[in-house]
Design a protein around this ligand. Structure first.
Ligand SMILES: CC(C)(COP(=O)(O)OP(=O)(O)OC[C@H]1O[C@@H](n2cnc3c(N)ncnc32)[C@H](O)[C@@H]1OP(=O)(O)O)[C@@H](O)C(=O)NCCC(=O)NCCS
Length: 169
């Protein structure tokens, strides 16, 4: 399923399934975005495993991507990333809302994720989208000075706030 979003300057912006041919652009974004990026092999495994792998593109340009696994009534957001030059325009809200709507159609009623407490933009995004902290995984993430805990967050899909798209730039 693909979703048409607001047009960018000249090309149409849409969300569609991520594919192998996106991986070259994706890895440039991934490596620029995280201190401890996923490897290309991890993304290939996600595609092979049939996880929900989403690409937001404007023409031929990959602007954002996300990976989500789901089983029965639970989903788990594993990665969500927006290209640095495309941040601050509401694209993460659009992508996350699209994913939550899609998994809800497949009878998922809650979505979990982990986030670094130090990742303020992501924490604010998730709080705004209706995620709440429900726990902590000690030493979950690698860090330059050892390990960093993860906050575990959950969103109950039927209760979540719906973004107001007319407010997006
Ligand atoms: C986190 C990330 C996905 C946000 O993407 P984005 O497209 O810039 O986010 P949006 O424009 O949709 O902003 C949505 C909300 O996120 C929060 N947010 C985004 N950027 C922020 C920043 N620099 N500082 C504080 N809050 C921020 C705000 O709550 C914002 O809502 P507001 O504009 O009404 O204040 C992006 O910064 C990113 O890709 N970071 C690197 C990868 C990463 O950390 N992913 C999350 C892993 S858990």
């Amino acid at each position: 399923m693909s979703a048409q979003l607001q047009p960018s300057s000249s090309d149409e912006r849409l969300i569609r399934p991520l594919c192998h041919s996106d991986l070259e652009q994706l890895m440039v974004i991934e490596e620029a975005s995280y201190d401890f990026p996923w490897t290309q092999a991890i993304f290939k495994d996600c595609l092979r495993a049939g996880y929900g792998c989403y690409a937001m593109v404007s023409g031929a340009e990959l602007e954002a991507y996300a990976i989500v696994s789901s089983a029965l009534d639970e989903a788990h957001l594993l990665n969500l990333c927006v290209k640095s030059s495309a941040r601050g325009q509401g694209l993460a809200v659009l992508m996350l809302d699209h994913i939550l709507c899609e998994v809800e159609l497949r009878s998922v009623d809650r979505c979990f994720l982990e986030v670094r407490p130090s990742n303020k933009p992501a924490r604010r995004l998730y709080q705004q989208m209706g995620f709440r902290v429900i726990g902590r995984r000690p030493g979950y993430y690698p860090a330059f000075d050892g390990r960093e805990d993860a906050w575990v967050m959950v969103c109950h899909l039927t209760d979540r706030p719906r973004p107001e798209y007319e407010d997006l730039q």
